[in-house]
Design a protein. Sequence first.
Length: 225
Amino acid sequence: MRDACKALLIDFDGVLRFFSIERLAAVEERHGLRAGALPEIAFHHSLLNPLVEGEITHADWELLTAEALHTLAWPTPEDGPDDRLARARAAVADWQSDHGEIDKVLLEFVREVRAAGVPVALCTNASDRLDADLAELGLADEFDVVVNSSAIRFRKPDKAYFIEASAMVGVPPKLCLFVDDSDRIINGARVANMAAYRFNNHADLDYLRVALGLARAGRADAADA
């Protein structure tokens, strides 16, 4: 049996932050795009991997997404100016103006963990816009460490990512608890000898507390009272 973990490494999108499917649908409808057109192009590995590995900036990614989108989304005008690229850029900018919403229950859990003296690292495959997103969402001071794939040039689930995250939080991999919503990434963390848990919903938080030693500490305090 493992000892209680000494650090929490937690994913961002899909665990702490969510984006509205309804808003995406509204953006695509507003710009005359078929449903799913924006993420289908923007999140294709040919664009997403260079973004989260720091090879291109978020601004570059938006432009490349628009360039790929404009010839696929609308037919070539038979007469008049070809404004498809401008329309595509406007659609991408509209979509990307959303910084998402934070799960308040998960944020309170992060605060609880830190208050108990356990460091928390935000571990995410993200772009150079991450710091701006965290500031916009009021999260700039909510983590001890931010491990951004585009900054360290390794992305989850590469083993090197987890080794670097461990070094940044100052806790050996075997004493880190990694939480993510992707089985593939969880498996990568386990290869790096981390305890890893696939997050499903708020019901998982009690288990995570136990893994971090928080629940046992709480029961001990109650027994001493």
